[in-house]
Design a protein around this ligand. Sequence first.
Ligand SMILES: Nc1ncnc2c1ncn2[C@@H]1O[C@H](COP(=O)(O)OP(=O)(O)OP(=O)(O)O)[C@@H](O)[C@H]1O
Ligand SMILES: [Mg+2]
Length: 338
Amino acid sequence: MFRSLIRQSLTLAFIEALTLLFAISWLDLVTGHQVSLVLFYTAPIVFAVWLCDNKSVFVIAGLAGVLWSWADLIIGNSYSSGTVQAWELAIRFAFFFLVGVAGIAMREQQRASNARISLLEHTQRLEKQIIEVSEYERQRIGRDLHDGLCQFLAAIGCAATSLKIDLKEQRLDKFAAEASEIEKLLSESVEQARDLSHGLVPVQLDEAGLRAALQELAASTSRLLPVECTFESAGQNGAGQMGKATHLYRIAQEAIHNATKHGKARKIDIRLSANASAMSLSIADDGIGFSRNENAMNGVGISIMRYRANIMGGEFAIEAGASGGTIVSCTIPTGAAR
Ligand SMILES: Nc1ncnc2c1ncn2[C@@H]1O[C@H](COP(=O)(O)OP(=O)(O)OP(=O)(O)O)[C@@H](O)[C@H]1O
Ligand SMILES: [Mg+2]
């Protein structure tokens, strides 16, 4: 009902405020000077504050002063002197005016805080969409890489193998050795493209899949980068939902990326542990250590990791390791679905 009142037109609201004011003034006349209805006169002013524009509020406040004075005159209220009557009049006008000003200030404050809340909600929705779109794009590129380039390179590899065999049969050993070299390079390219596509589309990120995907992430990191990356898991993890497992996998990816890029780490340990109520992922490196310098302000990796932890209802931390290096950790509740 209140919402439909708010939606009505300004003119209609103004007419309603006027009607209310006249009704109170009539009541004032009927009850006589023994009963003071000054506070009742503020009701139409407050009504106008919430439903009309500022101009209407001051018109109603002014009219409240005029009608009160008129009722006062008709009732025949007696004052000791004209000055006292004028003073009383001025006080009433000032009071109604102040009620209007205070009401408008409160209304503006509430509108500003409503606007802040909806801006915050809008920003949160946008952040969520950005993450979803980037996830979708990563997966699309990963699938194209896996189903397109990988297959294409593998087919060329097969062609190189059969060329090598043909050349060997024709006793062209020098060319056969070159074909063998091409075959080897192609096989490495297939491996690299496959590793890349697996990073972009971490296959089957469900309960068991998360462990498998992190295991493969550790293996491909050790293979592709000059760093020894290990993975260990303890307990049954509860990241049954695709979304949670994907978020945890992306956190691990970004932490590994930071450890090698900024920390110059030689060793990275990924650990996934779980119990009945929570699951915890930690990525510890032996690098130069995390410090809050001005670079930390420019990147978005840490903010996105923290954001991912938040939308799973979990906690995120990045801190210095006890014996040097950096530890990134994320703990999420496994019970409630999000
Ligand atoms: N494992 C780490 N070891 C040392 N420093 C780190 C580590 N992780 C993060 N940092 C520091 O924190 C900063 C911020 O990291 P963040 O991931 O937010 O941004 P970035 O990696 O610089 O850029 P982006 O991730 O957006 O590509 C880095 O610039 C680095 O100084
Ligand atoms: Mg980063």
